[in-house]
Ligand binder design. Structure first.
Ligand code: B12
Length: 235
């Protein structure tokens, strides 16, 4: 077993104002201090720090430290949950700053975490980045039944649908949800993207997804590449 340590983002000083100190935020996320996180992130925004820098240099170090401890079973669900709550308090503040302006959306995207899976930090980050890139997103949250994905895709006339899964047991529902789109006769109308730590390009190929994104940047590039393909399908 390795003892997890805080990974300090290289060169962070150059991305923050002189004298800035992220340590209180790293510790707040680590300890699950969501109220302090909210206040600190507001201060970082007021100080003019780029929201992506706040995410990478401010929010992730404490989250990743706890994530590594959770993986090593040094901490357990309650501690991880309060860290996730603090992380989400920070994400909520930077989301509007990263969101796109009111131009016509690049495409309509329905995102969610599949049935049985409660993990939503990664898909929330992908959602923010897609919004930032100009997509209109409906995020269905976690534990999403295949029927709900299908109903929402129909209502929204979605171009793209994204299924996140973090458990080796729930990736199965990525496959099931694709099958349900097929059974409902809507598979040809949407591009389906999958993601989440246990997923791979091979898994995406195997279950017939249109793409796999290893992270939020890959997800945006993929979504942009796919958008033209089925644009007229709902016409
Ligand atoms: C936080 C966390 C939790 C929190 C979730 C809180 C929340 N609101 O999300 C809580 C405490 C609730 C939790 C619970 C459980 N967890 Co958990 N959890 C984690 C942890 C530490 C971090 C996950 C995370 O947020 N990563 C950070 C984000 C940014 O990364 P990401 O999700 O991979 O997303 C990126 C990419 O994958 C991609 N992406 C993600 N989604 C999508 C979607 C699309 C469409 C695209 C294109 C891309 C994309 O882009 C994202 C951004 O770059 C991981 C371990 C780890 N260090 O990863 C374990 C982990 C995922 N959990 C695990 C387990 C076992 C569980 C539990 C079963 C524990 C238990 N005994 O009950 C429960 C399951 C509950 C359930 N039914 O879902 C295991 C899974 C093992 C496995 N392979 O199945 C892990 C790997 C820990 C471990 N090694 O043991 N967990």
């Amino acid at each position: 077993m390795t003892t997890p340590t805080l990974k300090i983002p290289e060169g962070w000083e150059g991305r923050a104002p002189d004298g800035w100190d992220w340590v209180p935020l790293w510790e707040a996320i680590e300890q699950g201090g969501h109220i302090f996180t909210d206040e600190f992130v507001r201060g970082a925004i007021d100080a003019g720090i780029n929201p992506r820098v706040i995410l990478d240099d401010g929010l992730f170090p404490g989250f990743n430290l706890q994530g590594d401890r959770f993986t090593e079973q040094i901490i357990f669900i309650p501690e991880m949950l309060i860290t996730a709550r603090a992380m989400k308090a920070g994400l909520a503040l930077i989301r509007p700053l990263l969101a796109a302006n009111d131009e016509k959306p690049l495409g309509i995207f329905v995102m969610g975490t599949v049935l049985g899976d409660m993990h939503d930090i990664g898909q929330s980050i992908v959602t923010i980045m897609l919004e930032n890139a100009g997509f209109e997103i409906t995020n269905l949250g976690t534990d999403v039944h295949p029927d709900r994905f299908i109903e929402t895709a129909m209502e929204q006339k979605a171009d793209l649908v994204g299924f996140s899964a973090l458990l080796s047991t729930t990736v199965y529902y990525q496959k099931v949800t694709i099958e349900e789109f097929e059974k409902a006769g809507h598979r040809g109308k949407v591009n389906i993207l999958i993601g989440g730590a246990p997923t791979t390009q091979e898994w995406a190929n195997e279950i017939g997804a249109d793409g796999w994104g290893k992270d939020a940047i890959a997800a945006v590039n993929l979504a942009k590449d796919l958008i033209a393909k089925n644009r007229e399908a709902w016409a």
